[in-house]
Design a protein around this ligand. Structure first.
Ligand SMILES: NC(=O)c1ccc[n+]([C@@H]2O[C@H](COP(=O)([O-])OP(=O)(O)OC[C@H]3O[C@@H](n4cnc5c(N)ncnc54)[C@H](O)[C@@H]3O)[C@@H](O)[C@H]2O)c1
Ligand SMILES: [Zn+2]
Ligand SMILES: [Zn+2]
Length: 448
């Protein structure tokens, strides 16, 4: 929290970079600034807001209105909770403010469009990209949309990282301060670019996952360069890691090894034929994950993917260093990835890391020529059309990760379940009062 307070002060001193942005950022709740972004009808809606560290709540706020010509208002029919939302609930993401509406994954029906929207009209079913992309800058033109130069006004972001990444829905003022879609309605800026039409053959329970988990996991496999016949290891078997294993197997990897603990290991194995697993919390005493991998694949894997997250320290030293602020992220899983990879192999990081880390094994990386290519925030637009086609023709199915269905009213409780990784929860579908009946074969509603 102290970090968040300092971040806010610093942004004020540095000056917020909101001039010449492609859209109006920092409208993280229609009620901000005395309700000037609220719909004139006065209609209220439910939304999940960040209220403080470890405190997220469903609140009543105003329905958003169209602010700019390129905006659309979407009536949300499905949303979910991401592993990234747990990071923001914990307050490890900078520049989150009390009252910010969260949620970067949603699908729904277009309710209204501004006069500048050309490809969408009311009634159209859509899914969002978690990224807010301008569509015009050099990165967006190359579909590397998370690197958009025109949708994020955080100067602190630029100061910390060297240059500013693009906006993300419902993910703090560090990434644009856009209100998220864990709500009954959401404003979508630059709507032609940031919404994709969903055909009737694709139910919300599948279409929703085109906003993040499918493109993100696909990107991790594509970007690290997994080839047919490769041996691949994936740290973390949440929705992102599970789906990364799925794509690696689909790409023809010879062996895919998933690393996690407890029931998540069993769940992944039950969903993916041929997946080998390591339960990192259940190794023989003194045995490490890299040593286990070298035993399984002499010389190491061709590609390692980290789908965990920098806040999940394992050892005492990193736990202490994180608590006292001596680092923002642990290096343990990245070090394990590097050491488990063959010489001149590749390591990709798709799990979220936010700042500086200690005890990084730069020696193993350099000496052994391992390419730490990084994965970045996934550029959704690069993949989502191709992935929609796969969902449509049945060649890809994101519901392997879908384990639960909740109501928006219960979403704060779902955050805590997700945080504790309890009750067999991998990925949930969160319905609203506007949702269609449950699609056949998807989980029944659970009341929390
Ligand atoms: N880059 C992107 O575009 C992008 C998009 C979405 C999510 N993410 C990030 O990806 C990560 C995974 O997301 P998720 O929704 O699957 O989250 P999740 O929290 O459900 O899954 C993370 C998994 O990592 C496991 N884990 C923790 N420490 C581990 C260790 N030492 N070794 C092996 N496994 C370990 C946990 O048990 C858990 O199952 C998160 O950090 C999330 O923020 C990134
Ligand atoms: Zn996400
Ligand atoms: Zn752009």
């Amino acid at each position: 929290m102290a970090q968040n307070f300092a971040a806010k002060q610093l942004e004020t001193i540095l000056g917020h970079g909101d001039k010449d942005r492609a859209t109006h950022p920092d409208i993280s709740n229609p009620n901000r600034e005395g309700g000037r972004y609220a719909d004139e009808s006065g209609e209220k809606m439910k939304a999940l807001a960040w209220m403080g560290k470890n405190d997220v709540r469903v609140v009543e706020t105003n329905k958003p209105k169209i602010i700019e010509d390129n905006d659309a208002i979407v009536r949300v029919t499905g949303t979910t909770v991401c592993g990234s939302d747990v990071h923001i609930m914990h307050g490890v993401i900078l520049q989150v403010e009390k009252g910010d509406i969260l949620g970067h994954e949603f699908c729904g029906v277009v309710e209204a469009v501004g006069p500048g929207v050309t490809t969408l009209s009311p009634g159209q079913r859509v899914v969002n990209s978690f990224v807010v992309s301008c569509g015009k800058c050099r990165y967006c033109k190359n579909k590397l949309t998370t690197a958009c130069e025109n949708t994020n006004a955080s100067t602190l972001h630029e100061q910390l990282y060297g240059s500013r990444m693009g906006g993300i829905f419902g993910y703090s003022h560090f990434t644009g301060g856009y209100a998220g879609g864990q709500a009954e309605y959401v404003r979508v800026p630059l709507a032609d670019n940031n919404l994709m039409k969903l055909p009737d053959s694709v139910p919300d329970e599948k279409g929703l996952f085109l906003s993040d988990i499918m493109p993100t996991s696909y990107h991790s496999v594509y970007y690290t360069g997994v080839q047919k016949g490769d041996c691949v290891a994936v740290w973390g078997l949440g929705p992102i890691g599970l789906m990364a294993c799925y794509w690696a197997l689909k790409k023809g990897a010879k062996r895919v090894i998933g690393i996690d603990k407890d029931w998540r290991v069993d769940y992944a194995k039950s969903k993916l034929e041929g997946l080998e697993v390591i339960d990192y919390a259940n190794l023989d005493s003194g045995k490490t994950v890299p040593a286990t991998i070298h035993e399984m694949v002499p010389g190491g894997v061709d590609v390692a993917i980290d789908a965990t997250g920098g806040e999940y320290a394992k050892g005492f030293v990193h736990k202490v260093e994180l608590i006292i602020g001596a680092e923002q992220d642990t290096s343990e899983m990245i070090n394990e990835c590097i050491m488990s990879t063959r010489k001149f192999g590749a390591v990709g990081i798709i799990g979220d890391y936010v700042g500086f880390t200690n005890h990084f094994n730069v020696g193993s990386l350099m000496e052994r020529g391992v390419r730490l290519i990084g994965c970045g925030q996934a550029p959704v637009h690069k993949y989502w059309e191709e992935l929609l086609e796969m969902v449509e023709d049945g060649s890809a199915d994101p519901t392997i990760a879908l384990t639960h269905r909740f109501e928006l009213e219960d979403i704060a409780k779902a955050y805590h379940l997700q945080e504790k990784r309890e009750a067999g929860l991998v990925k949930c579908f969160v319905q609203t009062r506007f949702s269609s009946p449950r699609a056949e074969g998807t989980p029944e509603l659970t009341h929390l």
